[in-house]
Design a protein around this ligand. Structure first.
Ligand SMILES: CC(C)=CCC/C(C)=C/CC/C(C)=C/C=C/C(C)=C/C=C/C=C(C)/C=C/C=C(C)/C=C/C=C(C)/C=C/CC(C)(C)O
Ligand SMILES: C[S@@+](CC[C@H](N)C(=O)[O-])C[C@H]1O[C@@H](n2cnc3c(N)ncnc32)[C@H](O)[C@@H]1O
Length: 377
């Protein structure tokens, strides 16, 4: 039996007239010559080609990072391809191809004398905390994305499921080095998330905030700097506590933060905080776990208490690239979670008992979206 139905070939396709015209090679050719449609046809063609070659672009970026080309140019200044080729054991002509590709992607600049230098975006990439490590860990994600149909059908174990063992509710069996790699990657990428959350969500009137699923405490460290009088609590799996304890001590915050090891799947959340944050937590989990966690947050908060949810989100009725392409397939490859739209999360928060839900505009949806919910007085 065929796995897939054959596409029926009707005499007259049911798509609308405009779609039928656009899908017609003769019409495409005519439209690319007429003055009023030429611009649109070229832009659409170029945009389509960019989607077609997206994977190749990402792999070129991966090679630039894996071979430390951007860092080398940052440290050494503009270089000839031969120098970079020698340093990385790549044949010189192939290194030239890589550098040309980097320049075409606006990460590098090709100088008149044949040397390559960092372009503005290449330099900015180096300044984004954790981005190089994120790109390196795409080695696992892109193995899964090499067969997206198998991924969609749920065939076989994915590389990402092996990479992020925590999310599956494992406990007690996680090696400390795995815990550290996980926490480190999340902590590095947390810096920009914290920046945007604090820009979107005012904390006036909050006296104690508990970050649930707060990892090694990166969000709380960012909060502690800006809100010196705020009391802090961290709730995460017991395996994460040694790393959180170490990092909080390093930041001089040991006396200011209450660290609680536990699983929100198995126990109630501690009471005492008048605000709870869930930063990049919900999208790791299935709906029933999320509903249960939101109910536990509601139960732990006092009347008037606030719940802050922040993570990259689906655009819902208006699909958007970061949430509906990257994070949607990322969470699919992880195997347990899913991206949700702000509207869907708001609905789940209301079902958990929260009263008012506000959705601020996200300045960088590829970093995070956010919601703030209030428990009725
Ligand atoms: C001075 C001159 C020369 C010019 C003036 C012009 C000017 C002002 C230019 C500005 C240049 C500038 C400063 C640019 C800054 C750019 C920035 C900040 C870019 C930031 C980019 C951030 C990116 C691409 C972030 C990517 C994040 C990713 C891929 C995160 C992935 C997260 C994952 C996979 C999380 C997984 C968690 C899990 C497991 C699902 O729970
Ligand atoms: C994607 S990370 C986010 C970490 C941090 N909030 C951030 O944005 O960098 C998800 C966090 O949820 C924690 N977590 C997963 N399952 C949990 C559970 N059952 N109970 C408590 N924490 C859990 C993980 O240990 C991890 O630190």
């Amino acid at each position: 039996m065929a796995v897939q139905d054959a596409i029926p070939a009707p005499r007259r396709p049911r798509a609308g007239l405009i779609a039928r015209l656009l899908a017609n090679p003769g019409f495409q050719s005519l439209a690319s010559r007429l003055p009023f449609s030429r611009g649109i046809a070229r832009r659409d063609g170029a945009a389509l080609f960019d989607v077609v070659q997206g994977f190749v672009q990402s792999q070129v970026l991966f090679a630039l990072i894996e071979l430390d080309i951007l860092r080398r140019l940052f440290n050494l200044g503009p270089q000839m391809p031969e120098v970079l080729a020698r340093a990385t054991a790549i044949p010189p002509d192939r290194m030239t191809h890589l550098l040309q590709a980097g320049a075409a992607l606006d990460l590098l600049k090709r100088r008149r004398d044949g040397r390559f230098a960092l372009a503005r975006r290449g330099a900015a990439l180096l300044g984004v905390p954790g981005l190089e490590a994120m790109i390196r860990h795409h080695r696992a994600f892109y193995v899964d994305m090499a067969d997206p149909v198998a991924l969609l059908r749920g065939e076989g174990e994915t590389e990402l499921a092996r990479f992020w063992p925590y999310v599956f509710g494992a406990s007690g069996e996680i090696a400390p080095d795995v815990a550290e790699r996980y926490s480190d990657l999340m902590a590095q990428s947390q810096v920009l998330v914290a920046e945007d959350v604090l820009r979107m969500i005012p904390l006036r009137g909050v006296s104690c905030l508990m970050d649930v699923g707060g990892g090694s405490g990166a969000f709380l460290r960012a909060l502690a700097q800006r809100h010196p009088r705020l009391a802090l609590q961290l709730f995460d799996l017991p395996e994460v506590m040694p790393e959180a304890t170490r990092r909080m001590a390093e930041a001089g915050l040991s006396g200011r933060v209450d660290l609680c090891g536990g699983s929100f799947r198995e126990e109630a959340l501690p009471k005492g905080a008048d605000a709870i944050s869930l930063i990049r937590v919900l999208y790791d989990h299935a709906d029933d776990t999320v509903s249960d966690l939101l109910a536990k947050c509601h139960a732990a908060l006092p009347p008037g208490g606030r719940l802050i949810v922040a993570e990259p989100m689906s655009g819902g009725a208006r699909p958007e690239r970061a949430g509906d392409v990257y994070f949607s397939f990322y969470t699919m490859a992880m195997g347990t979670g899913r991206v949700r739209s702000a509207a869907r999360i708001a609905e789940m928060c209301r079902a958990a008992g929260f009263d008012t839900v506000t959705i601020p505009r996200a300045p960088r949806p590829y970093i995070t979206g956010a919601l703030i919910c209030v428990k009725a007085e």
